[in-house]
Design a protein around this ligand. Structure first.
Ligand SMILES: [Zn+2]
Length: 319
């Protein structure tokens, strides 16, 4: 094994998804860690193995895997690194890694109610069942070490954990003392991450408001003195103070579009979703509804819309 000082090295891994390549980071500190683990395909594995080889490492050198969030393009290969005994992440990653049946039943029950309440026709229920096949791309395993806001990365104590929920309820980012920010999908230069709806944790009643979380965590990032972002997708970038205001502006203009439709007449989230995403909602009901509900949560939060319930279905009204 190569003896080296602390370093971060970016590996780029293909995915079969529209998002394209995903980045994995090799982190050398007191231990040798991977941040994220690509998607569960042979092409992704081959890419990691060959890029490790180029810098003098092999998969069996990896001692620990640290996850930014639970999505399949970030967890896929965790079980392929034979010496990586430590799997580190937010506790909400675990049900996905372990394929926790109780959690998936909870997930499905939540989504059925959430869709009914928001006027989504029942024919979309079959689409939800198909979502489970996404797990084929995701890593199998179990967390050995749970981390959250304010913790330090095990073996890399110069990195502090920053909770960045919104895109996922398991999302964490990692900030080094010098302003280097490993941002997963929270901070990307070229796209806004989807604020994907997930159920509340088992035993909790209130659903999350992913877009509001995402906005709050963008605000938080503005105050962190981030010097460079090493993202999960796309280019490394430094102009955080320019990128974040662009994200806010794009989101607020989407919210305005929703508000404009509500000013015409009161309607359900699904009716809005059909108009905002006429070409996408049939094939991507989960993402398009998450986006629409996100804007409604935002408009409600700033006092521009209210909702009422009629026969179990929520109707939104412009104030
Ligand atoms: Zn993601």
């Amino acid at each position: 094994m190569v003896v080296a000082k602390k370093f971060i090295h970016q590996l780029t891994v293909p995915t079969p998804f529209a998002v394209g390549d995903t980045h994995v980071y090799l982190l050398k500190g007191d231990t040798l860690s991977l941040i994220d683990a690509g998607v569960r395909t042979e092409a992704a594995w081959d890419a990691i193995v060959s890029q490790l080889k180029e810098i003098g490492y092999k998969p069996s050198d990896i001692e620990q895997i640290i996850l930014t969030h639970h999505h399949p393009d970030h967890t896929g290969l965790i079980d392929r690194f034979e010496k990586a005994d430590n799997i580190v992440g937010h506790e909400n990653v675990n049900p996905w890694l372990t394929r926790d049946e109780e959690y998936f039943n909870h997930f499905e029950a939540f989504y059925y109610d959430y869709f009914d309440e928001n006027g989504v026709p029942r024919r979309f229920r079959s689409y939800l069942r198909k979502l489970k096949s996404q797990l084929d791309w995701a890593g199998l395993g179990r967390l050995t070490h749970r981390i959250d806001e304010g913790d330090f990365l095990p073996g890399h104590s110069e990195f502090r954990v920053v909770e960045t929920k919104g895109h996922a309820q398991s999302h964490l980012s990692f900030l080094r003392e010098d302003g280097t920010f490993i941002g997963g999908d929270h901070l990307l230069q070229h796209i806004s991450p989807n604020p994907i709806m997930e159920p509340p944790n088992i035993g909790e009643k209130e659903r999350p408001k992913p877009l509001l979380q995402y906005r709050a965590n963008l605000e938080k990032c503005l105050s962190l003195d981030i010097k460079i972002v090493l993202p999960g997708h796309g280019n490394t970038f430094s102009n955080v103070n320019e990128v974040i205001p662009v994200r806010f502006a794009k989101q607020e203009s989407r919210a305005n579009k929703v508000l404009g439709l509500l000013k015409e007449y009161s309607q359900t989230a699904f009716q809005l979703c059909e108009q905002v995403f006429p070409r996408q909602y049939e094939t991507q009901i989960d993402l398009t509804m998450s986006e629409t509900i996100g804007q409604l949560d935002y408009l409600e939060d700033i006092g521009l819309v209210t909702k009422t319930i009629e026969d179990g279905v929520l109707f939104y009204h412009a104030n």
